[in-house]
Design a protein around this ligand. Sequence first.
Ligand code: SF4
Length: 367
Amino acid sequence: MNGRLDELRGPVPSHPHDARAIAALAANPGCARRALLDAAGVDKDRTARHVGFPAPFGQSQFAITRGNVFEALVKENGCAELLRLLRELLGLPVSEVGYQDVENVGAHLRHSHTRALIDRAARESEETAVFYDHPLFSLEIAGHTSYLEPDVVAFQLGGRFHIVEIKSFGVIDGQAEPQKVAGAARQAAVYVLALRTLLAELGHDPERVSHDVVLVCPENFANRPTATLVDVRKQLAVLRRQLARMTRVDRLLEGIPEGLTFDLAPDRDGVPTRSAQELAEALCQVPARYAPDCLSTCDMCMFCRDEARGNGSTDLLGRQVRDELGGVSGMAEALGLAEGTLEPAEGQEEVARLLRTANLLREECLR
Ligand code: SF4
């Protein structure tokens, strides 16, 4: 399977998976295109740009730099500032805490080193309190292993692990933008699930990973950090359900044409050698499941929206409408049934009746 995924990506380094990508993938588990692009480690941002449909979101260089500066501040001096925050928030009964930077061991050993450290911490839980910086977890997504790097894992006395998520969006007068908090909670839920999976694999109780994650943000336009607990139980339940619904990557690979590739191999100037049209045709060979939510979560959104428009797909109307129109494949068919110019096929009688009623109501309103 890995050989075929490498072939799909072409001779460029694999683009790392992160919790944001997994949360977005879980939000649209029926999309084979995204599942394959992610499993193959294809750089979706570059792909979307090359085919002429860049995503309408992404952080500016200024925001990225600001985020890095804030994270460095929270972690400096062995996470001294973080310790202060956790003492207040969780009542950590210690004045000192250990600090392990897993990044120091080298990229190829980070995952096994993380496993060994977490195993030891779980065994010695009565005595130790340690921050783990740059740990590397793994999570199986649709039968394929993805690697993830949370900001920090705090290990508290009493044997509870807490995921710490450091974000650079501000908390103003005790309030942060709900959408941003919701996004951070979805990402943190991915880390909680990955750490629980690791504890279970090591023979420890997975429930020792708290569902309360520590969200650290700057407060009131300054860079002074503040921390809050965010309960991610709901996000965890959704994530589990969606991951269970995903088709396995090996089965998706069976359904694509032989030799298909999303290769973006660059020339000496870093420009992809492949024509945009050829790449777009390759992308269209893997079915997508566009929904308006894609506009805020997936780099491929403008490309897939354009494709759905071209196909007259009901996907453009959102998941709820698409599901309610089950069995009606496109807008033209839905309009034909609503206006009575098309006879419903077998099994479409009920949806056709509803569409005709909706159309009559609309006409009455317009009159
Ligand atoms: S934007 Fe396209 S590739 Fe991404 S999840 Fe939506 S349909 Fe799938």
